[in-house]
Ligand binder design. Structure first.
Ligand code: RFL
Ligand code: PHB
Length: 389
């Protein structure tokens, strides 16, 4: 098989890149290790920046998001038993949209199918080769048969544990990492959200977040220990702990119910530089990870593939390699700003084992400053709704 761009990974980065390239007549094939159902079953992100929604619109996949997504103009920060609203719309003129990653993925998968583009699911032993030459290849095994794709470029959209970044020789890559000493325990339940907007809480027992997927489906997160296992968190314990961390009004409004999904995610900041190695590019979680506190992971995957698709279009249409030469620097400039923002939100809102009373007091002071200062609130809002591309 031959294609222009071989994309490894059918998560949001790979699927969106495939549609963006296709809309400019650049043919591509996606190789995905898992089955479609497995990919669709991963409950992850829930919050889209306007820029991400605009990219879905650009590839004709935004209609359901506009119909079913919930547009939010603010968030609430809770500390010391009180909630304070940050009016992001007033500060920036922009909003964010609640629309689950599973829905984004489904819409992109359906569009890909309708366009008749090739996606090889359950592709084993996917491996990029010769990307330091003008003739890269990707090998894989499908149903026990060894296969190969010859291509012009490889896009590594295969997430943090993927093969693309791991195929680069260590001397060509520099990584930056911070691992946080806690995780997020998340549950999904068929209950109405406790409040119309998201509530981020700093509490002495640890962080909590109230979010949602729709007006009938809630998503809640609790900061938990990295040693915790979901078996130790039956639903009753989860709800009890959440109530301890919420303000009294939220406790009164909280509707509990059986969880339909429960998982624990570790928190990490990670950046690999550069994001281009000859004729292979990294995009999305394959190149960087942020803690979910700023809701930036999926949105960064979208801005990466926006830059990358533009660069490849320039290469094919204008016979210019300026775009692909500048991809890494351009993408990383935006990535690092989101890394900083997510690290800052995480640092301000979580209980750290070594923070002591001094650290805890500084967190509360920072939150108090934020909700009392127009300048500080605007800075948070500007980053939260997404910095411009
Ligand atoms: P993905 O989604 O990990 O997709 C990578 C795909 O590559 C496949 N793959 C391979 N395929 C072939 N061969 C191999 N060797 C392969 N290895 C891997 C995988 O099966 C998979 O299908 O990466 P992508 O596309 O870069 O997308 C990134 C996002 O998924 C991620 O950043 C977000 O989920 C992060 N995130 C959030 N982001 C937001 O923007 N807003 C949020 O509200 C938000 N909340 C979250 C989150 C992530 C969370 N967890 C679980 C880490 C909340 C949580 C709890
Ligand atoms: C989510 O809805 O899952 C979500 C929203 C905001 C975040 C993280 C996760 O910061």
């Amino acid at each position: 098989m031959r294609t222009k761009v071989a994309i490894i990974g059918a998560g949001p980065a790979g699927l969106l890149l495939g549609q963006l390239l296709n809309s400019h007549g650049i043919d591509n094939v996606i190789l995905e290790r898992q089955s479609p159902d497995y990919v669709l079953g991963r409950i992850r992100a829930g919050l889209l920046e306007e820029g991400t929604v605009a990219l879905l619109d650009e590839v004709g996949c935004g209609a359901r998001a506009h119909r079913e997504g919930l547009v939010h103009g603010g968030i609430e920060l809770a500390f010391g038993g009180h909630r304070h609203r940050i009016d992001m719309k007033a500060a920036t003129g922009k909003t964010v949209m609640i629309y689950g990653q599973t829905e984004v993925t489904l819409d992109l998968m359906n569009a890909r199918k309708a366009a008749g583009l090739t996606t090889v699911y359950e592709a084993a032993d996917v491996s990029p080769h010769d990307f330091d030459t003008d003739h890269p290849r990707v090998s894989y095994v499908k149903d026990g048969v060894a296969c190969e794709i010859a291509c012009d470029f490889i896009a590594g959209c295969d997430g943090f544990h993927g093969i693309s970044r791991a195929s680069v020789k260590p001397s060509a890559i520099k990584t930056f990492e911070r691992v946080y000493p806690f995780g997020w325990l998340g549950i999904l339940s068929e209950t109405p959200p406790v409040s119309p907007e998201l509530i981020y809480t700093n509490h002495e027992r640890g962080f909590s977040l109230c979010t949602m997927r729709s007006m009938r489906r809630s998503r809640y997160y609790l900061q938990c220990s990295l040693d915790d296992h979901i078996d130790q968190w039956p639903d009753e314990r989860f709800w009890e702990e959440l109530k301890r961390r919420l303000d009294p009004e939220a406790v009164d409004h909280l509707v509990t119910g059986p969880s339909i999904e429960k998982s624990i995610a570790p928190l990490r900041s990670f950046v690999a530089e550069p994001m281009r190695f000859g004729r292979m590019f990294l995009a999305g979680d394959a190149a960087h990870i942020v803690p979910p506190t700023g809701a930036k992971g999926l949105n960064l995957a979208a801005s990466d593939v926006h830059y990358l698709s533009g660069a490849l279009r320039e290469f094919y249409d204008e016979k210019s390699s300026a775009g692909i030469d500048g991809y890494s620097q351009r993408a990383l400039a935006r990535v690092w700003k989101a890394v900083r923002f997510s690290w800052w939100m995480t640092s301000m809102l979580h209980k750290f084992p070594d923070q002591g009373e001094f650290g805890a007091r500084l967190q509360l002071t920072e939150l108090d400053y934020l909700v009392g200062s127009k300048a500080a609130a605007t800075s948070l809002a500007e980053n939260y709704v997404g910095l411009p591309y």
